[in-house]
Design a protein around this ligand. Structure first.
Ligand code: PMP
Length: 354
């Protein structure tokens, strides 16, 4: 046996491209086009390098308290981590620990199968309906846990609370994780269900609606027992996941609800305009509840449109995967960016008519 045989080998998640130049319109990783709250800039100015000498609070208590206060929860119901990717990875490690397969949709966030493979968690995917909707009935068979985003990614479609409740209520013996990375752009949060169900975990992120993708902050909300189990796993892995500046900046961010709301409203308004612009160009798309749209064109290959847009320095996301390989996922930027996108698409269709 060589060391090759003793090494863990995995197929990693591939994040969207981060171009090295500034001169691009970046609509490929669902970042927010607006800067974070001015309160974050103020908190940044107040940071002192001497603070970096000391380890951070391993429990990130100030941030946990600010998140709990924002959602009307107890501090013991909140867990924070380095982006919701970190939080979700910890959740997979903690809550999906049985021999039964976990369930998630066949078309969904493409990190779920990566974590399942890494952690050797058996899984089964549930096929989305022809309209790309999740059918709660698919999730009522015995399982080792359930995870799905609401709204789903990359489709942008949401599941009403009553249908989420059907999944949570129908699985009292396993943990159901609702990944609410995009919930603030128009879907209903499952947080009110926490009072009723002890098997529900809701995760959220500061990367999208709070414009802090570069800071890396996410959180999980659940009942106290689940949060304790999550912390026990975290402290068995890395006590200091959140650094001092991040705790201070994220706290300042979540305390500015007014800015957050106005930012979300702007993005929703631009999304609606973008949906109209794309439909006028012949694209087919369902109404999105996220900060992106998922569109296909009946006469043109998505892969070709993707390449053309890239040649015009407009980056969107294309997934070369079954069932969605003729779709583009387009992040909602500013009104101006979306008009530039529409202009480039018009040029593309004119050019390919010749
Ligand atoms: N969940 C979903 C559905 C996502 O699309 C993303 C963004 N890639 C995440 C979680 C993770 O985001 P972050 O780690 O930035 O919080």
């Amino acid at each position: 046996m060589s060391w090759e045989d003793r090494v863990r080998k995995v197929v990693p998640y591939t994040p969207g491209e981060q171009p090295k130049t500034d001169h691009v319109i970046k609509l490929n990783t669902n970042e927010n086009p607006y800067p974070p709250s001015p309160k974050v800039a103020e908190a940044l100015r107040n940071l002192k390098t001497d603070d970096l000498r000391l380890y951070p609070d391993p429990a990130a208590s100030d941030l946990v308290h600010a998140v709990a206060k924002n959602y009307g929860l107890k501090d013991s119901q909140v867990f924070v981590g380095v982006g919701s990717d970190d939080v979700l990875a910890m959740c997979f490690m903690t809550f999906f620990h049985s021999k039964d397969p976990i369930f998630f949709p066949d078309i969904t966030y493409s990190f779920y199968d990566v974590w399942a493979d890494l952690l050797e968690i058996p899984y089964e995917t549930k096929v989305l309906k022809a309209d790309f909707g999740i059918d709660p009935e698919d999730y009522l068979a015995p399982n080792g846990g359930i995870v799905f985003p609401n709204p789903n990614a990359p489709t942008g479609q949401d599941l009403p609370l009553s249908r989420i409740e059907r999944i949570v209520a129908g699985n009292p013996d396993s943990i159901v994780i609702v990944d609410e990375a995009y919930v603030d752009f128009g879907a209903e949060t499952a947080l009110p269900l926490l009072e009723k169900y002890d098997n529900l975990v809701v995760t959220q992120t500061f990367s999208k609606s709070r414009s802090l993708a570069g800071l890396r902050v996410g959180c999980a909300m659940a009942n106290e027992r689940l949060i304790k189990y999550l912390n026990d796993v975290k402290y068995s892995f890395n006590s200091y996941t959140m650094n001092r500046p991040t705790i201070a900046l994220a706290k300042a961010c979540i305390e500015d609800q007014a800015y957050f709301k106005s930012c979300c409203q702007k993005i929703v308004a631009t999304r609606e305009k973008t949906e109209d612009l794309l439909r006028k160009l012949g694209f087919i798309l369902r109404d999105s509840k996220a900060n992106f749209v998922f569109a296909t064109h009946p006469e043109r290959q998505a892969k070709e449109i993707f390449a053309y847009l890239k040649s015009r320095n407009i980056y969107v996301r294309y997934f070369d995967k079954p069932r969605i390989d003729n779709y583009l996922r387009i992040t909602i930027g500013t009104d101006e960016e979306m008009e530039t996108l529409a202009g480039a698409l018009e040029d593309y269709f004119k050019r390919s008519e010749i």
